[in-house]
Design a protein around this ligand. Structure first.
Ligand code: ADP
Length: 669
């Protein structure tokens, strides 16, 4: 803009139609000056055509600039990421051009990005040896915002009055202009790669217009100088600038130099070939991106080409972070688009049940200039997620088969999380089921079996896979419902994660065998006929005692039955026809205090001395029988942790102890 701009302002003009060379800004009509520029001595020395050409920003651009200049931002430091990523793009472009065409300006120039800071002058300069820009580029690309996302961006910014998250800017393809958050004037000195190109200088204060003039620049590339706003002097500080580079641009392929020092020290590992990835570097990279102090448990490197094209370097930690189930846990991979950082913690690319996975995805298929919303919903993202999920499950499957200890470590740390996948990932359901691991009565404590391994061990006449839900292995092993299975050498899976209670009912069968809870009342268990006879009570006696117990317990139970599954214990409670497992009920109660569990079936062991005694007492001492039955019932409730009011139980126990300890008549006399 010419220095005499103000002389051409016609204040408070009525609305006039915009003409070339003029524009309306806040009700003020501005004409562009065509006067010869009044150059200072230093300017004169480099000037070929002394007349800068002035261009008006388009209306949409003006609105955008107004917002950028006048809004308050958080994360405004991202302007540097944007400028570095433009420089890196420009370097990539010349890199590819040089592969086939060396007829360019400075074909041998080192490809790097140099940042120079001047605290006194309050300037930040970023120079690259990239493809450079022609006059047309400056007008069409820098001068206009082509992206259709821009209007959305403007709306987004306008929506709420508070400070705007500048991270949004990068999502909307207005990267270069984000520099106006921190700079009051910006100058671009550039020369395009073509040998006939000329040096050009673009300059603007973002207020409505920009100028372009020729310079005698001889070298290829672009130098952008920001004259920082008074309160943004921090961006001329070396430590601050280095900090921003390390945070946002550490993996940019080209060296970023501040002074003579290269700041981005970490190479983009995922761009190497698999054979060039060293374990040590991978570990360091993992620690850098995850903040974890330990090496990862393992990694997955992907280089997908074809209809989709992306690279990924993913890691599985050794230990679950303590915050894994907290709201504060940020999950997701770092998303890069053609080596340019787009987003931390991109959740869209991983299912939640794999939220322990950390890493980087770099794709060429994602346009940079779309809104965050659009990125999240892009079909590209959905496809990448699908591939990542199946490859990660493939890696875990490979561990499970070839490195079972490694897989067990993973499962111990992340099993609870992993199992939640069964609730949502129907596509990979069978794979997920195969990857489940449980302790069982056939494994050592702490060791796992898969469903398949269980099935492989099953006797030919065993129909079902049996499981018991319990709080821990010890509680599971003490469950009286396990007695029959133990006595008959039938393996029972010990399901001790709270989530199992919800998960397992959703897996009715495995390899055509039903999964059955040992607590389910309708278990069809075969008993040895010889064993039956050892019961000691005749069928009639058994029926009578069952009737008696039923009449004492009334509607506190769904039914009373003769047990097939008890060996040592006198009684057990099992789930009724439509009921839930005890462990499941307990979970429901934890979540909802008013939840009432369903009625249970009391199974009695007619071979047990107590049941036999009660049978013989029948008709002689009704009170004692009644008390003993109640005690037996409440004792089983107590053992499974569901006796709500133990006072009656304790009082009754004392009464029974009095009877039991009563001296016989002989001793009394
Ligand atoms: P985006 O990078 O999303 O396209 P920008 O506003 O940041 O949006 O940049 C607009 C365009 O200006 C770029 O696409 C590129 O063509 C050009 N440009 C910006 N910076 C440079 C640079 N350092 N070297 C060459 N071209 C550049």
């Amino acid at each position: 803009m010419c220095a005499c701009r103000d002389a051409y302002r016609l204040k408070k003009q009525p609305l006039l139609r915009n003409k070339p060379g003029s524009f309306l800004k806040e009700g003020v009509l501005i004409y562009f000056c065509s006067h010869p520029f009044a150059p200072g001595p230093s300017f004169m020395a480099t000037q070929k055509k002394p007349t800068p050409e002035t261009f008006a920003f388009r209306a949409e651009m003006q609105q955008l600039l107004h917002l950028i200049i006048h809004s308050l931002y958080t994360h405004e430091e991202i302007f540097l990421r944007e400028l570095i990523s433009n420089a890196s793009d420009a370097l990539n472009k010349i890199h590819f051009r040089l592969l086939t065409d060396r007829n360019v300006v400075d074909p041998d120039a080192a490809r790097d990005i140099r940042i120079t800071l001047d605290k006194d002058a309050r300037t930040l300069t970023i120079a690259d040896t990239g493809i450079g820009m022609s006059r047309e580029d400056l007008v069409e690309r820098i001068g206009t915002v082509a992206s259709s996302g821009t209007l959305d961006f403007i709306k987004e910014l306008k929506k709420d009055g508070g400070p705007v998250d500048a991270q949004l800017i990068g999502q909307f393809g207005v990267g270069f202009y984000s520099a106006f958050m921190v700079a009051d004037t910006i100058t671009i000195d550039t020369r395009a790669a073509h040998p006939d190109s000329v040096g050009l200088r673009w300059s603007s204060d973002g207020a409505g217009s920009f100028t372009i003039e020729e310079t005698d620049r001889t070298s290829r590339g672009t130098r952008i100088t920001l004259h920082l706003k008074e309160d943004k002097a921090e961006f001329a500080e070396e430590w601050r600038v280095k900090q921003i580079i390390r945070k946002y641009s550490n993996f940019v392929d080209f060296p970023i130099l501040v002074g003579e020092e290269r700041v981005n020290t970490v190479d983009a590992l995922w761009h190497r070939s698999k054979s060039n990835l060293k374990e040590e570097e991978l570990n360091e990279f993992y620690k850098f991106i995850s903040g974890d102090a330990e090496d990862p448990l393992g990694h997955l490197f992907l280089n997908i080409e074809g209809r989709m094209s992306f690279r990924a370097l993913l890691f599985i930690p050794q230990t679950a972070p303590r915050s894994l189930f907290h709201e504060s846990y940020k999950y997701g991979v770092h998303l890069y688009s053609s080596n340019v950082f787009i987003q931390d913690d991109c959740q869209t690319l991983l299912p939640e049940y794999l939220k322990c996975v950390r890493g980087v995805v770099d794709t060429e298929d994602l346009p940079l200039n779309v809104s965050r919303e659009a990125t999240q919903h892009s079909p590209v993202m959905a496809k990448i997620r699908k591939i990542l999920t199946s490859k990660l499950l493939g890696l875990l499957g490979d561990w499970a088969t070839n490195e079972p200890e490694k897989y067990a470590t993973f499962f111990k740390q992340f099993g609870i999380l992993f199992k939640t996948g069964l609730g949502g990932d129907f596509e990979n359901r069978d794979t997920l089921i195969d990857l489940l691991r449980y302790e069982s009565t056939a494994t050592e404590p702490g060791a796992y079996t898969s469903f398949q391994q269980y099935v492989d061990r099953m006797a030919t006449d065993q129909e079902a896979l049996y499981y018991v839900l319990a709080e821990n292995r010890l509680a599971a092993e003490r469950n009286p419902n396990l007695e029959y299975f133990r006595a008959h050498d039938l393996e029972v899976l010990l399901l001790t994660d709270p989530v199992d209670a919800f998960l397992i009912p959703g897996i009715p069968t495995y390899a055509d065998h039903p999964l059955q809870s040992v607590e389910k009342a309708d278990l069809k268990l075969q008993r040895d006929p010889e064993e039956e006879e050892e019961g000691g009570l005749s069928e009639h006696e058994a029926e009578k005692i069952v009737e008696r117990i039923k009449s004492v317990l009334g509607d506190r139970v769904e039914d009373v039955r003769i047990s097939q599954r008890l060996v040592d214990s006198a009684a057990t409670l099992v789930t009724g026809s439509a009921g839930m497992d005890t462990q499941m009920e307990r979970m429901m109660m934890m979540m909802d205090a008013s939840f009432e569990g369903g009625k249970k079936v009391l199974e009695i062991n007619i071979a047990h001395p107590l049941i036999r005694n009660l049978s013989s007492l029948r008709g002689t001492d009704d009170t004692l029988v009644e008390q003993a039955v109640l005690q037996l019932f409440e004792g089983t409730l107590l053992a499974e942790g569901s006796l709500k009011e133990p006072q009656d139980f304790v009082a009754r126990m004392l009464d029974l102890l009095v009877v039991a300890t009563k001296p016989t008549t002989d001793e009394a006399s």
